[in-house]
Design a protein around this ligand. Structure first.
Ligand code: HEM
Length: 487
């Protein structure tokens, strides 16, 4: 029997007399509708699930801190949390797979999400990246179609390599990313043994208003390690939560994983004539041209207390910037600026920023009011309109986004560069002989079940154009020949 300090209550706080036996009419009679506690318990249970994320549904999260190690970073951005060496900011990270559902296996070949929320003194800054520096497509308008091919077939409800390779072979800009995906990085040993990338190019602005283009690289201090494919398959059956468990246990055992954050910085003017379009997310910048500069160190040192409250309800948005960090014209990023907050309004509601995991640690002041689940006092009696003469919160002009010029005609146009092959080929050529063998095996295994030969041949052409040896090896593995027209 509970004592008074530890007694079960209804959601409204009234003590519950019996949580094991429902109220019945007589000893063996039917249950009475008046058993309010029973009704409340069943009704709440029915509402336990919220929509899972449409992508990146399966994930694991952890709390930690970010500490600046380089005093010079304020040369490039006025972001307050990067202002001086030694400055620490609380953060939360969520790692994820992309295509699987909430309960799917961790050890599958897929990019891994690497979403970081920095609780800065000037608001939350979200960096919502992956463990690969590039992406499959480069215009947001293709994203829903792309994801449909990664999910289940509309008829069979099965994952379907026909859809996948049909789409990829018709979208050759995907070649660079699918090379990462079918290489060792597509199947990380643990979530601790992978790097994270912002992938897009972002804009940094310093206190003098100077603009720099920036790419983020989180480099794992644990090293980058892949998982053996056969072991991964076995684990997917025996312990589908292998990565989730590994992260939780490492932190529980105080073996705190850490990453160094580096950036590549491109002066604003260089973007005009760099050899690659710096806003094309299917391309990387050469580290010779733009060496990595250390920024700081991220350490994960605290497990969530409650998975649903902290991980499932976490809302990361690439549109959530702080002064000193802004969007670039990358067409994928531009679409993402809309996509995420819209998903959060659907999945968590219009007041999702009030959920503790998403709540900024600094004060929030604005004229947004009401809506479902407004639980923060809703502004009390303070004015709910602007302009007002009641000394309500006012703008800070130093936080205005930097003005920039735009040129040309409004039109729907592709990116200029059609070279999908040089960087993918370079990545292939960088691999050791063993890595190449594993890569070819992974591609051949994935493409083998594709029914239409025309799809396989179209894709072989892309491999061949990136590196003839690569094309020949895939063709051979599939029992086909590189078409004469391509040689
Ligand atoms: C999750 C859309 C491209 C990384 C999501 C979600 C949506 C979405 C709707 C679920 C958000 C939620 O329910 O909380 C899009 C669109 C894209 C795009 C429209 C392209 C136009 C990318 C790219 C990356 C990325 C390029 C990485 C570079 C992630 C990550 C998550 C995610 C890491 C999981 C965030 C979390 O842990 O909550 N995406 N995505 N996405 N996306 Fe994207």
């Amino acid at each position: 029997m509970s004592n008074n300090n530890n007694r079960i209550t209804t959601a409204a706080g009234a003590p519950v007399g019996d949580n094991q036996n429902s109220v019945t009419a007589g000893h063996n009679g039917p249950t009475l509708l008046q058993d309010f506690h029973l009704l409340e318990k069943l009704a709440h249970f029915n509402r336990e699930r919220i929509p899972e994320r449409v992508v990146h549904a399966k994930g694991a999260g952890a709390h930690g801190y970010f500490e600046v190690t380089n005093d010079e970073i304020s040369k490039y951005t006025k972001a307050d949390f990067l202002s001086e060496a030694g400055k620490r900011t609380d953060m939360f990270i969520r790692f994820s797979t992309v295509a699987g559902e909430l309960g799917s296996a961790d050890t599958v070949r897929d990019p891994r999400g690497f979403a970081v929320k920095f609780y800065t003194e000037e608001g939350n800054y979200d960096l919502v990246g992956n463990n690969t520096p590039v992406f499959f497509i480069r215009d947001a308008i293709k994203f829903p179609d792309f994801i449909h091919t990664q999910k289940r077939h509309p008829q069979t409800h099965l994952k379907d390599p026909n859809m996948v390779w049909d789409f990829w072979s018709l979208s050759p800009e995907s070649l660079h990313q699918i090379t990462y995906l079918h290489g060792d990085r597509g199947l990380p040993a643990t979530l601790r043994h992978m790097n994270g990338y912002g992938s897009h190019t972002f804009k940094w602005v310093n206190a003098q208003g100077e603009v720099f283009w920036v790419k983020y690289h989180f480099i794992s201090e644990q090293g980058v390690k892949g998982l053996d494919v056969d072991l991964a398959d076995k684990l997917a059956g025996e312990n589908p939560d292998y990565h989730t468990e590994d992260l939780f246990n490492a932190i529980k055992n105080e073996d705190f994983p850490a990453w160094k954050l580096y950036v590549q910085i491109m002066p604003e003017e260089d973007a005009k004539d760099y050899k690659w379009d710096p806003f094309d997310v299917t391309k990387v910048w050469s580290k010779k041209d733009y060496p990595r500069i250390e920024v700081g160190r991220m350490v994960l040192n605290r497990n969530p207390e409650n998975y649903f409250a902290e991980v499932e309800q976490a809302a990361f948005s690439p549109g959530q910037f702080v002064p000193g960090i802004e969007a670039s014209p990358d067409k994928m990023l531009q679409g993402r600026l809309f996509g995420y907050s819209d998903a959060h309004r659907y999945r968590l509601g219009g007041n999702h920023h009030q959920i503790p995991i998403n709540r900024p640690k600094n004060e929030v002041n604005n004229y947004q009011r009401d809506g479902f689940m407004s639980v923060n006092g809703n502004g009390g009696s303070t004015p709910n309109y602007q302009p007002n003469s009641q000394n309500g919160p006012a703008e800070d002009i130093t936080a205005k986004t930097t003005p920039f010029e735009v040129h040309g005609q409004a039109d729907s146009v592709p990116y200029d560069s059609e070279d999908h092959y040089t960087q993918a080929g370079d990545l292939y050529r960088l691999m050791s002989a063993d890595e190449k063998d594993r890569l070819i095996k992974a591609f051949v295994g994935h493409m083998e079940p594709v029914e239409k030969e025309e799809i396989k041949l179209r894709q072989i052409e892309h491999f061949y154009k990136a590196d003839p040896e690569w094309g020949e090896r895939i063709a051979q593995g599939l029992g086909l020949a590189v078409p004469e027209s391509v040689r």
